[in-house]
Design a protein around this ligand. Structure first.
Ligand code: MN
Length: 231
């Protein structure tokens, strides 16, 4: 049967050293660093981390100018380690979870904080706050071999000034636990990306800003904030 619309090309993102990673779905972890949970008014000792989702089409690449989205006055950066899944599975054991990782990248989970605050207050879903065009930039994916996601610094700078700084060891759920837990809700699939949560220090961006995410051992991610999307 013929298609009645032009099919979209696959969403892909570069792999360091060559090739492209086909992105299937995006999962994000909420409140995976205690200091960020507290700055959001939550108690990390009482509420464990949790998942939310975004479309694959919301990715952007290193060097991109990302549009300032409509319907917000408070668009925030969140620096995050991104896990790229290479092998699928359901009910994955923590001890087996790292076998499912293809690689890692520096990422940003850009957030309409004003809409998120309103959604929390009203008990509504977070989609319009989190699942935003160009809101999930990631740097080149480095293959997993030799990278230890349980250590190393994660830092974010805004126009050259450090605004977020933590150790990956501060994550409440380490990467293996995230994969194991997620695979209890969904069959994890090759091509899935997992944004693993952000440390404290989140704040607003303005058009013209440069946001840079660095994680020891991974290629850097740098994006600039543009004006409103025009098309
Ligand atoms: Mn986040």
């Amino acid at each position: 049967m013929s298609l009645v619309l032009e099919p979209r090309p696959p969403v892909t993102t570069p792999v360091e050293g060559g090739g492209a990673f086909p992105v299937r779905r995006i999962f994000c972890v909420g409140r995976n660093y205690a200091d960020h949970a507290r700055e959001m008014g939550a108690d990390p000792d009482k509420e464990p981390p949790f998942f939310f989702t975004a479309w694959a089409e919301t990715i952007a690449a290193d060097g991109d100018k990302i549009a300032y989205p409509p319907a917000t006055q408070n668009y925030h950066f969140e620096a995050e380690l991104v896990v790229a899944i290479g092998k699928g599975g359901r009910d994955i054991a923590v001890s087996q979870a790292m076998d499912h990782v293809f690689g890692y990248a520096c990422g940003l989970d850009m957030t309409r904080r004003d809409l998120q605050a309103e959604a929390k207050k009203q008990g509504r879903p977070w989609d319009v706050a989190k699942n935003v065009e160009q809101s999930k930039p990631l740097g080149p994916i480095r293959r997993a071999d030799g990278f230890d996601p349980a250590r190393g610094r994660i830092t974010l700078s805004l126009n050259g000034e450090t605004r977020q700084e933590a150790s990956l060891s501060d994550m409440i759920w380490p990467v293996a636990d995230i994969i194991a837990c997620l695979s209890g809700f969904y069959r994890v699939e090759p091509g899935d990306l997992i944004y693993t949560g952000t440390p404290a220090g989140v704040a607003a961006v303005r058009p013209g800003d440069t946001v840079r995410v660095e994680i020891e051992g991974l290629p850097t991610l740098s994006v600039t904030i543009g004006g409103p999307a025009k098309d």
